[in-house]
Design a protein around this ligand. Structure first.
Ligand SMILES: [Zn+2]
Length: 381
């Protein structure tokens, strides 16, 4: 077969498979600011046309607000407003979108070739320590919740705090209330998402849950040891639980070279380089513009390749088999992506790379969506 025939073949395989991405931040990064993803937009990573081009079947939209609320009424209100914004997009695009609340609707939307939208809440702080608010968010369509974001709650410690600020933690892992949250999520049919959680919270949750878990956007620690990537023992624990780890595409979670360069430029390198730019320009405003350009260009030079990204999927498959890896790109939530993976149109390149490595059609289907479908089916009511 020539190159053209090969390229047709990976595109065909990609279109035939059900593609699921478990984490996209376009709601908080663009939709809340009034950007209309029904139209093709030039900035950002995602819109409905580009999802179609990428072959997307099922997208979890992340409902995200940080610990400091946008609303004076608080983070629970923020979450509800974001769900409103997703509902309004779906209502304006019923011909090509469907907001799914159960497994049957997910399957139906896939058959109808619509973009199936699901709601994932990122950060347990949004339930404001109230089981009734957890239930209310479930009623609004929440189908996964990460127990923490980078911030810990009073009932669950985050990867960031467990790793970088252990002295500040009042409690490590899940408290009694935290375990109650996990149990209620199991009963309701909300997938327990362990991306962003600290290792202690991770293991406490694995011991508490009766259903398969999800890591909606986490990569492999052994390839790129950053605080919120997952270690081998965690990957093995997820496999034992029947869950799935969906790989995050952020350059700094994929490549150590990128992570180290970013760390230097945000740390000791910043003053050194800014001082040297000041010598040349002698104007602090000009210097700052030059610095931003320099920063962007320097980091751009060390962006990982598609192969380096797929190495993370490959690593999970080699460690525990092909039933536990998936895709959770984090589009519109990250500032840098591997070369060639710049927006949601690029997913077919993952399929191409997996085929190059000799993955079977069956394995590719599991990784692109089959494994997440299994976890949804086991959790949803
Ligand atoms: Zn995140």
């Amino acid at each position: 077969m020539g190159a053209a025939a090969n390229s047709q073949s990976y595109k065909k395989h990609h279109q035939k498979a059900v593609l699921i991405d478990t984490h996209n931040d376009v709601l908080s990064s663009a939709v809340l600011d009034g950007k209309d993803i029904s139209q093709r937009i030039t900035e950002g990573h995602s819109d409905l046309d580009r999802f179609k081009e990428g072959g997307m079947d099922v997208q979890f939209f992340s409902v995200f607000t940080g610990p400091d609320a946008r609303n004076k009424e608080g983070v629970y209100k923020d979450a509800n407003e974001e769900i409103d914004s997703l509902e309004s997009i779906v209502l304006r695009n019923t011909d090509r979108m469907l907001l799914a609340r159960n497994y049957k609707q997910v399957k139906k939307g896939i058959q109808q070739k619509k973009l199936v939208a699901l709601i994932g809440v990122e950060g347990g702080h949004m339930i404001e320590e109230d089981i009734l608010k957890l239930e209310a968010l479930y009623n609004r369509g929440m189908r996964y919740m990460t127990l923490t974001w980078n911030n810990s709650t009073n009932w669950a410690s985050s990867a960031m705090d467990e790793t970088l600020n252990p002295g500040k933690l009042k409690h490590k892992g899940l408290t009694g209330f935290g375990k109650q949250v996990v149990k209620r999520m199991n009963e309701l049919g909300v997938i327990v998402d362990l991306s962003h959680t600290g290792e202690q919270t991770f293991y406490d949750a694995i011991a508490t849950t009766t259903k398969p878990v999800l890591l909606s956007h986490s990569s492999v620690w052994n390839i790129c040891p950053v605080f919120r990537n997952v270690k081998d023992d965690q990957i093995k624990a997820v496999a034992k639980n029947g869950g799935v780890i969906c790989v995050n595409f952020y350059s700094g979670f994929i490549s150590t070279a990128f992570d180290k360069r970013a760390e230097y430029l945000n740390g000791p390198g910043k003053k050194i380089i800014q001082d040297s730019l000041l010598v040349v320009t002698n104007d602090s405003v000009v210097m700052k513009t030059k610095w931003r350009e320099y920063y962007r260009e320097e980091l751009s030079k060390v962006r990982p390749t598609i192969a380096e990204l797929v190495d993370h999927i490959d690593y999970i498959v080699k460690l525990v088999g092909d039933d536990y890896a998936g895709i959770g790109a984090d589009y519109d939530g990250v500032s840098s992506l591997p070369v060639g993976m710049e927006d949601v149109t690029t997913y077919p390149k993952i399929t191409e790379e997996l085929m190059k490595r000799g993955y079977s059609e069956k394995s590719i289907k599991k990784i692109l969506g089959g494994n997440v479908l299994r976890v949804m089916k086991a959790n949803f009511r």
